[in-house]
Design a protein around this ligand. Sequence first.
Ligand code: OAD
Length: 235
Amino acid sequence: MLKKVSVLTGAGVSAESGVPTFRDPGGIWEKFRPEQLANFEAFMKDPDFVWSWYQHRREIMREVKPNNGHFALAEMEKIFPSFSLITQNIDNLHYRAGSRNITELHGNIERNYCIKCRTFFHEIDIQEKKVLKCTNCGGLIRPDVVWFGEMLPVKELKYAENAAADSDVFFTIGTSAEVYPAALLPIIAKRAGAYSVEININPTVISFDLDETLTGKSAEILPELVQKIKEIRNN
Ligand code: OAD
């Protein structure tokens, strides 16, 4: 029986909730330059501008709801004895759908911290368009998301690499698989012997390296998959 299942998700999983993806036509990086908005130098140059962009994204992410793909992954977690959900998404939708063993590789937009004393701030006034200052030391508060040029959180990356290397089945869902080191995880899993499955509306750079690609929307394929798994287990 399959015991260890791991999943890597990307922006495509939240597309049907209404969260824009990055590299699809009309995606975030078509409209905005990452170097203007998603790196530390940009933040230090114009903190209010970068902050207001993240406030805008927070607004979008709070308004949307998890979709059937998120709910199906939360269901999967209950089925398998060992289930790791590794996400590049910062939108909190996996948690809101009920998933609990979540590893966030790129941070979480609802968390913020002071760049001077590292105090964390979870409750942020969404209306505040100017960058907030730390109540302890007066330092600038930034979102706890990984910006370009920054390292991924060490503990989370280590966990993800171990989970990938230790999986019986590894799913890669709704990601372009172009951003490293997250994009290495499906390859680590495949090399270690996992059965590797991709779910995406389009082929990606890794499609041909994997065992199987299911083409379509994750919000449609995942619920069907969970249903099938349940049927097999009941027989
Ligand atoms: P991308 O926008 O690069 O890729 C989204 C992927 O989802 C594409 O392969 C689409 O074909 C696929 N997709 C779109 N809608 C889908 C749907 N309904 N069902 C299934 N697949 C769908 O987003 P990511 O690969 O997640 O990093 O981007 C990775 C990282 O790049 C992000 O976490 C972000 C960005 O720069 C940081 O900000 C650090």
